[in-house]
Design a protein around this ligand. Structure first.
Ligand code: KG4
Ligand code: ZN
Length: 336
């Protein structure tokens, strides 16, 4: 079964062709980083406009690289939310028009479900497993019971981990997006030169909190002499990794889960990958990461999640009666 996935929830316009939920035939991502970079963050109106310009080219390129015509697509899958509403609507309207014109079903996908499904594109992962999803908009732990069912165990009480990277990068004048910039700066820094404390949520050992860290960095920058930005970047990255790893391992123990997936944009971070791998090894757990390009936003993960949703319930009337389907900016992850 060939699925065309479409993703436009934030600042990446993406389309992918995936066979049977596992085999990526093409995965095209047009990033808008350069247009948002002068503003130090994503400007929603600019994002929507760029999605409109990019989307036909991205879809045509995905079909061309996959070597298939539009007529061979069996199923369409599109991100319904969460995300920027104007941005979501571009992908949704395009997907609805294409599925309607082709007379094919359309599966709406929750963006978070896509991230959770991404590691399955490169690895065979047992169920149930634990998933740490750390992105720019979300940071949560899930017990993933099947390809279509995930239950949230805990989440962040304030900023997402990626958001903290982006805000700290801005404070340090390192540019946008902040994650890769902080990671690069940290390579030249010494994490021991700056002291940051791992934020904890009272009475909720599995919950995350990152806004205090950002404030601590702002305070450090008021010191005279200021610590070197590279040292702050290294200490910040270490502290975020500690917070993510400690809660992940605690949840793995509490829920007796041996297999761990780490997904979302922050999972591209090599320091975090090393720390999770070390901790998982010493606890006798297996850890799986999506390929780096499948950690940040992409449409292959949406096509994969869409395929499994369709397979789970092919007669779901929503998959054929989709013309009124709307985007939802704060769509909760309501799987089974
Ligand atoms: O999953 P994603 O592409 O979009 C959301 O759904 O939010 O994640 C983007 C986030 C950004 O905050 C970005 O700074 C962060 O992932 N990120 C990283 C790295 N690469 C991307 N954070 C830390 N280290 C990285 N190498
Ligand atoms: Zn995302």
């Amino acid at each position: 079964m060939l699925v065309l996935g479409i993703e436009s929830s934030c600042d990446e316009t993406a389309a992918a062709v995936v066979e049977d939920g596992r085999k990526i035939l093409s995965n095209v991502i047009a990033s808008q980083h350069e247009i948002h970079s002068p503003y130090g963050g994503i400007v929603p109106e600019l994002a929507s406009r760029r999605h409109v310009e990019n989307i036909p080219h991205v879809i045509n390129e995905a079909l061309r690289l996959a070597g298939v015509s539009l007529a061979r697509i069996d199923l369409f899958a599109v991100t319904r939310g969460p995300g920027l509403i104007g941005a979501l609507l571009i992908g949704l309207s395009t997907a609805k028009a294409m599925a309607w014109a082709q007379g094919r079903p359309l599966v709406p996908v929750n963006h978070l479900h896509g991230h959770i499904a991404a590691a399955g594109l490169s690895h065979d992962i047992n169920y149930p497993h634990l998933c740490l999803l750390a992105s720019g908009g979300h940071t949560s732990l899930y017990k993933v019971e099947s390809p279509v069912a995930a239950k949230e165990i805990s989440s962040t009480r304030d900023d997402a981990a990626g958001e903290a990277f982006d805000k700290v990068a801005r404070l340090l004048g390192l540019g946008f997006p902040g994650g890769p910039a902080v990671e690069a700066a940290a390579l030249n820094g010494d994490e021991e030169n700056v002291k940051l404390t791992e934020p904890k949520v009272k009475g909720a050992p599995l919950a995350f909190s990152f806004s205090g860290l950002k404030t601590a960095v702002r305070r450090l920058l008021m010191n005279e002499p200021k610590p070197a930005p590279e040292d702050i970047a290294a200490a910040f990255q270490k502290t975020v990794a500690q917070a993510l790893v400690s809660r992940t391992m605690l949840a793995a123990k509490e829920f007796s889960l041996k297999d761990i997936v780490v997904a979302g944009g922050v999972a591209r971070n090599a320091y975090l990958r090393n720390k999770v791998t070390e901790a998982a090894d010493s606890a006798g757990c297996n850890v799986f990461f999506p390929e780096p390009v499948l950690c940040t936003d992409n449409a292959a993960m949406i096509a994969a999640a869409g395929y499994f949703l369709y397979k789970d319930n092919p007669d779901d009337p929503r998959f054929t009666d989709f013309l009124k389907l709307d985007g939802v900016a704060n769509l909760p992850l309501n799987t089974k």
